[in-house]
Design a protein around this ligand. Structure first.
Ligand code: FMN
Length: 158
């Protein structure tokens, strides 16, 4: 059975969206069905969908989630739905120049999803813009490794 993946994108200037587009292209192969949603087009009910979730978000302000992710993040914090059925991964974008708040956007989603009972599959990725490595290139490799872990967790052969 095809694995359904919903990629939720938090972005200010489009880098996370570009990464999500690359990951959708790489992962959506018939065996895996991928839909990418900007977070401002989703509310907490999105987590009632079947399949697994990939949170792909940058960090802004002083370790804040991007503006387009704020409403979803706040809704999770205030309504606190049970997400016990949810499995997810996190591809975070940030910049180590912001040493105190490096990649806090992804971390904030990771923390609240775990608090609400969801299970993370794989490690949270923390891209560093100051490294000079293009996040959309890292994303391709990372998402294949993540999918392998998802398949393993769901008991599906590679
Ligand atoms: C005004 C501003 C504030 C930022 N604050 C942080 C921060 O607190 N922590 C961090 O890790 N990165 C921070 N960043 C870096 C961005 O998260 C990083 O450049 C990311 O790749 C941008 O992705 P986006 O285009 O999808 O929004 C900041 C960038 C800007 C321009």
């Amino acid at each position: 059975m095809a694995i359904k993946i919903t990629i939720l994108v938090g972005t200010m200037t489009g880098t996370a969206q570009l990464c999500a587009q690359e990951m959708e292209l790489a992962l959506d192969d018939g065996e895996t069905e991928v839909e990418t949603l900007l977070m401002d087009k989703a509310d907490a009910g999105v987590f009632e969908r079947d399949g697994v979730f990939l949170v792909c978000t940058s960090t802004y302000g002083q370790g804040d989630v991007p503006d387009n992710a704020r409403a979803l993040y706040e809704e999770l914090k205030t309504k606190r739905p049970s997400l016990a059925r949810v499995r997810y991964g996190v591809f975070g974008l940030g910049d180590r120049t912001y040493a105190e708040t490096f990649n806090f956007g992804g971390k904030k989603f990771d923390d609240i999803l775990t608090e609400l009972g969801a299970e993370r599959i794989g490690d949270r990725h923390t891209h560093d813009a100051s490294s000079g490595i293009l996040p959309e290139e890292t994303a391709l490799e990372w998402c294949q490794e993540w999918l392998a872990k998802v398949r393993e967790r769901l008991g599906q052969p590679a």
